[in-house]
Design a binder for this molecule. Structure first.
Ligand code: ZN
Length: 336
């Protein structure tokens, strides 16, 4: 089903009821014939009457004798186990995809008419859906950089200065950094991928590099020591910072990844205000996804964002294993 729209009102006109939303998702995941998500049999399922509030939504029962379970397109997907209408879920997916810097749970809750807690949960599930399942390996010229999110930013206004702040040690002598480290890999004219990592040591960063960047690619980084260990595998260009400014020689710069960090950080400051370190990777996934699809028209961006709804689950308990623990939330302080 190709559904083209340019505005939110066209979007809402189209997804006017639950039935249309179900049919849209079916067209995205099944090629005409519904497939049982429990056993994936090739047998055509029985059509059955829908249970619950919406009697006209397409519902099925598996025709495989050993299985025989009921299902809809929502079963075993990111939308399963939620009482929120599919229409609201799709509106939320639209909002998260189209917004420039993401949408806070408060704002989402107001826009689609759910509680703030539900808005928070929907946001996190959608972020899980935006995670790349089969990321292709990056190649060509890759800008590599790491940044810090959260923690204290006093006395610092140049981001580079922050990353060279001394590594603090806790009482048990475990090396910890004062902020959450995010490693970013950006392929020129390609995709960006960001990873929350425990520290900036080579033993941590280099395996991520090797898993995501093709050998013999050209790496441009800011000269941070661990990357030097990669010189046997990659051709490495180090761009040295000089008191807050960078001398660039032709295309030897890390401007693109720096630009990406500024989008990520503005989003985290401006939209979310603070992000708990345990959830930061999902925020990174959301920002990666938006950045990687930013040049597409909005209908294509929406289709791309809901493409992976099937087979992804994220339960409320997984999101909040140790609730309540507000002390774990780090405030992101604006650089002054
Ligand atoms: Zn089955």
């Amino acid at each position: 089903m190709n559904f083209n729209f340019k505005t939110i009102s066209e979007f809402n006109d189209y997804f006017k009821d639950e039935k249309t939303c179900y049919e849209y998702l079916e067209s995205q995941v099944w090629q005409g014939v519904p497939v049982c998500p429990h056993c994936a049999t090739a047998k055509k399922p029985y059509k059955v009457k829908a249970r619950g509030k919406f009697q006209d939504i397409p519902s099925y029962r598996c025709s495989e004798r050993a299985c025989g379970l009921p299902f809809t397109v929502r079963t075993d997907s990111i939308f399963e186990g939620s009482k929120v209408e599919l229409r609201k879920w799709l509106q939320a997916a639209y909002e998260i995809t189209i917004s420039k810097k993401g949408i806070s749970s408060y704002e989402l809750a107001t826009r689609i008419g759910v509680s703030q807690k539900t808005g928070w949960f929907i946001n996190h599930r959608l972020r899980a859906m935006l995670t790349e399942t089969n990321p292709e390996i990056l190649s060509g010229t890759i800008e590599v950089d790491e940044t810090f999110v959260g923690g204290l930013e006093k006395n610092k206004h140049v981001s580079k200065k922050v990353k060279r702040s001394p590594i603090s040690r806790t009482l048990d002598e475990k090396i910890v950094t004062p902020k959450t480290v995010v490693l970013g890999l950006l392929q020129r004219d390609g995709k960006v991928r960001s990873f929350v990592v425990p520290n900036t040591q080579g033993v941590t960063l280099n395996p991520v590099m090797r898993a995501n960047v093709e050998t013999n690619s050209r790496i441009i980084s800011d000269g941070w020591v661990p990357y030097k260990e990669l010189q046997n595998d990659y051709s490495h260009v180090s761009v040295k910072g000089v008191i807050g400014s960078y001398i660039t020689y032709g295309d030897q710069h890390t401007n693109n990844i720096e630009g990406y960090w500024s989008i990520l950080k503005r989003g985290i400051i401006g939209t979310f205000h603070y992000v708990s370190p345990q959830h930061l990777q999902r925020y990174c996934n959301e920002f990666d996804h938006r950045y990687n699809n930013r040049l597409q028209p909005i209908d294509a961006r929406f289709a791309e964002s809901v493409k992976q709804f099937a087979g992804v689950r994220l339960k409320y308990r997984e999101l909040t294993p140790n609730q309540p623990e507000p002390h774990r939330k780090l405030r992101y302080n604006k650089a002054k």
